[in-house]
Design a protein around this ligand. Structure first.
Ligand SMILES: Cc1ncc(COP(=O)(O)O)c(C=O)c1O
Length: 413
């Protein structure tokens, strides 16, 4: 186990903006901190590239950004250069990738997913079911997400010759359960079904090897562990040998082979660019790169090792101080089956969350009806922040300070 001394020295923390060190910010799994270098990069894009160079910046610096960052993200997830690009939102990329894979479904009729998947994933899959034809069925499985053997068994029962697509989030946004990505991918491929992973809660937090697992497609957010900024564009990954076989349901000009020839007939780009749609949002796109660069510099192995040390510290504090106070640990304790956030349920979770923020300077988030989520962002989370969170929960409940907050959940956390 990594010692507290080690985990209290986050070697990359000084590369981020930390205005008030008294605040324990444990919400980097929702919105990552601002990298120092992003301020300079944005300043450069706005003042120089936009302000002075204007349209010339497209050729000089803007056009290659989406693929360049895509290649860097590819290195973080074990994909190859040319398999990833940054564009649109995770929701839109999920739609494009799922639609593309479903075009090849033949007579297969079932989309297998997790009933506890993130809502946008469920909505999009159900939307596709409605749009693509009455023959399709969505099968959201209710899985006991505590260990791989149970989950894999349930998936092995559900995936069969009728499966048109398996679509799962690698790490569950609520519980923090991490699916056995290589094992489940193999299960799907064993039945010749394609698999699409949503990596929003794992990219930048845990090492991934999509290439080795032969994953067909993946999508994910850049504003969480990659620290790309609020609403930053997402990424899409398509396995190299599939790119030319799959098409984009929204054939926009930026996905065309030669956008600046302005041809009347759409001809898709031969590479991953075919999954682009329209003009990339350069300011948001440029803001992603410094966070991705920091993650590449740190390396996923080091980050996971540090992050897991902090997770273990949290589990231990839960055992010693919180378990007896009505908190329940929802996150698996095994490294193979946990992402990088700790979720505790409590019947007064909303009020405790408010109390942590307003009384104890601890920022987690709340996921209804009863979960408090603590993101461990290995680039900058400190052991002292984990301790502050656990002590604050203990104090909030034993001293009853949470009761001063309204019971009704409101707004974003
Ligand atoms: C698993 C997962 N997928 C997708 C999203 C969000 O997608 P988008 O960026 O399109 O809002 C989230 C947001 O938290 C998420 O947790």
């Amino acid at each position: 186990m990594t010692s507290q001394h080690e985990t209290n020295e986050a070697p990359f923390r000084h590369r981020f903006v930390v205005n008030d060190p008294r605040i324990a910010y444990l919400d980097g799994n929702s919105l990552g901190r601002l990298p120092q270098a992003t301020k300079d990069r944005i300043q450069q894009v706005v003042s120089q590239e936009w302000g002075e160079d204007l349209i010339g910046s497209w050729n000089r610096s803007w056009l290659p950004i989406a693929k360049r960052i895509g290649d860097k993200i590819a290195s973080l997830i074990g994909a190859s250069p040319g398999e990833v690009m940054v564009c649109d939102s995770t929701s839109i990329n999920l739609y494009k990738a799922a639609w593309a894979l479903l075009q090849r479904r033949g007579n297969r009729k079932t989309i297998v997913t997790d009933a506890a998947n993130f809502p946008t994933d469920l909505y999009i899959l159900d939307g596709l079911r409605q749009q693509l034809g009455s023959d399709l069925r969505l099968e959201p499985l209710v899985l006991d997400q505590s260990d791989h053997s149970q989950v894999n068994r349930a998936l092995a029962d559900a995936i069969n010759d009728d499966t048109a697509l398996v679509c799962l989030s690698h790490v569950n946004y609520k519980t923090g359960y991490a699916f056995d990505l290589p094992g489940v991918t193999e299960l799907a491929h064993g039945k010749e079904a394609p698999i699409l992973w949503d990596l929003s809660h794992s990219v930048g937090a845990i090492p991934l090897d999509l290439g080795n697992a032969q994953v067909d497609a993946a999508v994910g957010c850049t504003y969480k562990y990659l620290n790309g900024g609020p609403g930053a564009p997402a990424f899409i990954m398509i396995r190299g040998d599939l790119i030319r076989e799959l098409s984009n349901p929204i054939p926009g000009w930026f996905g065309a082979a030669n956008p600046f020839q302005f041809g009347a007939i759409y001809e898709p780009a031969s590479g991953i660019e075919r999954f682009a749609i329209g003009t990339p949002p350069i300011l948001s796109l440029a803001a992603i790169e410094p966070g991705v660069d920091l993650t590449c510099e740190a390396g996923m192995m080091m980050l996971r090792q540090r992050g897991w040390g902090l997770m273990q510290q949290f589990f231990q504090l839960y055992d010693e101080r919180l378990q007896s106070l009505g908190f329940r640990l929802e996150t698996p304790r095994h490294q193979d089956s946990a992402g990088s956030h700790v979720s505790l349920s409590h019947k007064d979770a909303w009020q405790i969350t408010q109390d942590l923020i307003h009384t104890y300077r601890v920022v987690p988030d709340f996921r209804g009806p009863d979960i408090i989520r603590f993101g461990i962002t290995p680039l900058y989370t400190l052991a002292s922040e984990v301790e502050q969170a656990a002590f604050a929960m203990e104090a909030s409940v034993t001293q009853g300070t949470f009761r001063s907050h309204p019971k009704q959940a409101r707004g974003v956390t």
